[in-house]
Design a protein around this ligand. Structure first.
Ligand SMILES: [Zn+2]
Length: 407
């Protein structure tokens, strides 16, 4: 019997590991000219250049390439019906928001199209978006509901998300985002929050369809008081907490997420530097979404210097959605995080591996090349990991491994 299931020799590893006190290693945590052994779907062992290699069921010559942890997209809304391309066109023709809204544009149009779509239509469209992410080396993706806005339809979207995880060689984490917008059946936000707290969260928790609960905390979304009600019920059902916060204004939603020991505060362009330490103390990850910043042509930059100074983990994700970030490319988001937000390529790669794993509560098993971690790996034919952020569509993975298996 072989000592390991899979041996990949003659590679450089961008391990993205941390020091014992939780600081990122310098220079991508690189291990040069190494071999790695995989067993039972986990990273089993590393071998320096002159070491005796173990026997292996499968042996791959890495040919001097690089291995990174599998990429993790920790914020997507990838199950939806219809699209908003016409609305995009109208906007560029100078048609007003009022007129677009009158023509049925905006989030309400996606809710309507999603409710009207059959399960098959939703699955087919979502699968295509997931295929695009997987082709780039994504091995773990978070999928939010939020275009159903009723118990029946939120349940349907989360079931489809779970099914995508069962059908594909990719880990799927699901998040209930019922508090995304006001559905047409409700005229006041507090009554809809009652519905979320009294019916939607308890039922979704009972069905075990969500790993976390998210909110849109914004003037055009829900207030901090309304979001706190959602968080309190989520916690009572042992669901993790996330928030769309400080995207368009500073309502102190990040502080609310931190106070509730949330996994992540997402968007945060309007987060004030003085509120950053609260994220650090709570262990809350800052999730940067440069695709939405780009699509909305926003000007307000997230407080990157303060996040760095306080060593808050910064994740990077696509925010893949039909309205404000129609972008099924995490690799593009990595480039945008560097170009638009000034992240270094190392920070950007950490943002889609180690820190993205933390944003999903998976920091102990995914996102780093370390013994005992899941063997989710990407093998790249590149000369240096900075190439992964520097260009757009210049290089694709040579091989992707999910839980130690070639995909
Ligand atoms: Zn989002």
């Amino acid at each position: 019997m072989s000592e390991v299931d899979l041996l990949i020799s003659n590679v450089n590893l961008a391990s993205m590991i941390e020091t014992a006190d939780g600081q990122p290693m310098a220079d991508y945590g690189t291990m040069s000219n190494t071999s790695m052994g995989i067993k039972g779907g986990k990273i089993h062992s590393f071998y320096p250049p002159a070491a005796t290699l173990p026997t292996a069921t499968t042996h791959i010559d890495g040919n001097g390439g690089w291995i990174t942890p599998g990429l993790i997209d920790c914020h997507t809304h990838l199950v939806w019906g219809g699209n908003r391309a016409r609305e995009f066109e109208w906007r560029l023709q100078g048609i007003s928001y009022e007129e677009i809204s009158r023509r049925g544009g905006g989030i309400a149009s996606t809710v309507k199209a999603t409710r009207e779509a059959s399960d098959e239509e939703l699955k087919t469209a979502a699968q295509q978006r997931l295929n695009s992410l997987m082709a780039e080396g994504v091995t773990c993706v978070e999928i939010k509901s939020g275009y159903g806005l009723s118990l029946q339809h939120e349940t349907r979207l989360l079931r489809i998300a779970r099914e995508l995880g069962n059908k594909n060689a990719v880990a799927v984490q699901t998040t209930l985002l019922a508090a995304h917008a006001l559905p047409p059946e409700f005229s006041d936000k507090d009554s809809y929050i009652d519905e979320i707290c009294e019916h939607i969260i308890p039922s979704i928790a009972e069905l075990k369809l969500a790993d976390a609960v998210d909110v849109f905390c914004e003037g055009i979304g829900f207030s901090t008081q309304q979001c706190q009600r959602v968080f309190s019920v989520a916690k009572a059902y042992n669901l993790a907490i996330k928030g769309h916060v400080e995207q368009l204004s500073d309502l102190k939603g990040s502080l609310l997420v931190a106070k509730n020991a949330g996994l992540s505060a997402d968007h945060i362009e309007y987060l004030q530097a003085q509120d950053v330490p609260a994220l650090k103390s709570a262990g809350t990850v800052a999730v940067l979404l440069p695709g939405a910043f780009y699509a909305l042509k926003e000007q307000q930059l997230p407080p990157i210097a303060a996040l760095r100074e306080h060593a808050v983990p910064m994740a990077v994700a696509t925010d893949l959605n039909p309205g404000t970030s129609p972008q099924a490319s995490l690799r593009l988001a990595m480039n945008q995080a560097c170009v638009l937000f000034g992240l270094t390529p190392q920070e950007s790669l950490a943002g889609v591996t180690r820190d993205a794993a933390k944003a999903l509560g998976l920091g102990h098993c995914k996102g780093q090349l370390a013994v005992g971690f899941d063997a989710d790996l990407v093998l790249w034919d590149i000369g240096h990991p900075s190439e992964l952020c520097y260009g757009v569509n210049l290089c694709q993975p040579r091989e992707v491994f999910y839980l130690g298996r070639r995909r």
